[in-house]
Design a protein around this ligand. Structure first.
Ligand code: B1M
Length: 222
């Protein structure tokens, strides 16, 4: 079992999606995350073991390397694709409730803002960290966040903003959510956002990068 999970973790970390994908060149013609996740399930490895012992550690390595600037956005995106190809095999088990996740995170880019590359990376890392992610997309206003919270009580909320102009909307969204759900945890990030701004608008946590977001969530459930 360890061998297949180690191979799967390696594929995710280095962005090997499936056998036919040409990236990375040194893994040409080898099985990728797609084939290995499928085979692990066929061999009887439980979906939560695949998540805990292959996907989560691989994504944690990716997140730490990205934080240390040892890899950049393209490598992160390849790892995301590899992880998604493995997750496609696991999702039916999570969706049926047969296998539990750590909790739910509602994420979106705030109203007026169409930037989603960073938000998608954060969402992918959070999913790779064992959480169910409800991605509301871009240009998301307070109403949509509230509706998602009504439908998913207790979910943690993640807000991303890339424009100095839309940071104001982040403040409005935090205020509106806290008015209705005062105990909701709200995580914020995005290039112009700072720890000081997070504190000023009454959000709970600021992370400059995806791994910081995953670490924050981890300590909420420990
Ligand atoms: Co725009 N844009 N853009 N843009 N764009 C910036 C942000 C800008 C800095 C460029 C510049 O002028 N130098 C500037 C903002 C200036 C400011 O407000 N201070 C800008 C502008 C002005 C605009 C327009 C207004 C341009 C115009 O039309 N005149 C317009 C606005 C549209 C709108 O949103 N309403 C616009 C449009 C666009 C495109 C559509 C063309 C495109 C977005 C495509 C897309 O996202 N699908 C785009 C892009 C690509 C950029 C740049 C070049 C790159 C942004 C990016 O994806 N970075 C950007 C300049 C730059 O950054 N060099 C720029 C990579 C990404 C991985 O980083 O998003 O910071 P980032 O995410 C990081 C962290 O911030 C963090 O983790 C991620 C990974 O480390 N993080 C979180 C992000 N969200 C988080 C959430 C968390 C935690 C961490 O918890 C929930």
């Amino acid at each position: 079992m360890n061998e297949i999970l180690n191979k799967l973790a390696h594929c995710v970390e280095f962005g090997k999606i499936n056998k036919t994908s040409p990236y990375p060149p040194n893994m040409k013609d080898q099985d990728g995350a797609d084939e290995l996740a499928k085979r692990a399930l066929e061999e009887g490895v439980k979906p939560d073991e695949i998540l805990e012992n292959a996907l989560i550690p691989a994504m944690a390595n990716i997140g730490n390397k990205f934080s240390r600037k040892e890899i950049y956005v393209p490598q992160m995106l390849m790892a995301a694709k590899a992880m998604n190809s493995a997750m496609a095999h696991l999702k039916p088990f999570f969706q049926s409730g047969e296998t539990k996740r750590k909790g739910k995170v509602i994420i979106g880019t705030v109203s007026g803002d169409l930037h989603d590359i960073g938000k998608n990376l954060v969402a992918m890392m959070i999913e790779g960290g064992g959480w169910e992610v409800i991605d509301l997309g871009v240009d998301v206003g307070a109403d949509k966040f509230l509706k998602a919270l009504d439908e998913n009580p207790g979910a943690i909320v993640g807000l991303s903003a890339l424009l100095t102009t839309t940071m104001e909307n982040m403040k409005k969204i935090v205020t509106t959510i806290k008015e209705k759900y005062s105990t909701s945890k709200i995580l914020v990030g995005g290039a112009p956002v700072t720890k000081e701004y997070c504190e000023k608008i009454g959000a709970d946590f600021y992370s400059p990068d995806p791994q910081g977001a995953v670490n924050y969530l981890k300590q909420l459930v420990c």
